[in-house]
Design a binder for this molecule. Structure first.
Ligand SMILES: [Fe+2]
Ligand SMILES: [Fe+2]
Length: 143
């Protein structure tokens, strides 16, 4: 892994953070039914974390001499509340996997500061994942 490959990978990560910001904003508007208030609040609570991750990745790409592409990945299709939560669970699981791998690559390049921040992001995404996991636990009705 060289710096150019790392910049490309960070741009991919950035596209998923922007996707999360847009998806959570959209889904906070679309959630419906008796659980609307709590689901809307949950989506809105996670948006600032994802924005902070996007800003961090954008800063690092520029510092490493790259160009931040700012192209969000497409928002997954999810019509029901439950489908939205399952889509989020997948997105957070992917983020945990990607940042764990990226932290190892940062270590290989002796970028200790980047590695530490990426590990903190693994922690943030794990907390998001566990929040959604608990919401989905024993949720059998279609609401
Ligand atoms: Fe994130
Ligand atoms: Fe997240």
């Amino acid at each position: 892994m060289d710096k150019q490959t790392l910049i490309k990978a960070l741009n991919d990560d950035l596209s998923y953070e922007l996707q999360a910001v847009l998806a959570y904003t959209r889904w906070s508007a679309e959630v419906s039914g008796p659980h609307r208030d709590s689901l809307r609040a949950m989506f809105q609570r996670e948006i600032p974390d994802e924005l902070m991750h996007a800003q961090f990745l954008t800063d690092k790409i520029v510092i490493y001499g790259g160009t931040p592409e700012m192209k969000p990945a497409a928002i997954p299709n999810a019509s029901s509340n439950r489908d939205k939560l399952k889509a989020v669970l997948d997105m957070e699981a992917q983020a945990i996997k990607n940042y764990s791998q990226r932290a190892q690559q940062a270590e290989e390049l002796n970028e200790t500061g980047l590695k530490v921040r990426l590990e903190e992001m693994v922690n943030d995404e794990t907390e998001h994942y566990e929040t959604i996991q608990m919401l989905l636990r024993d949720w059998n009705e279609s609401v």
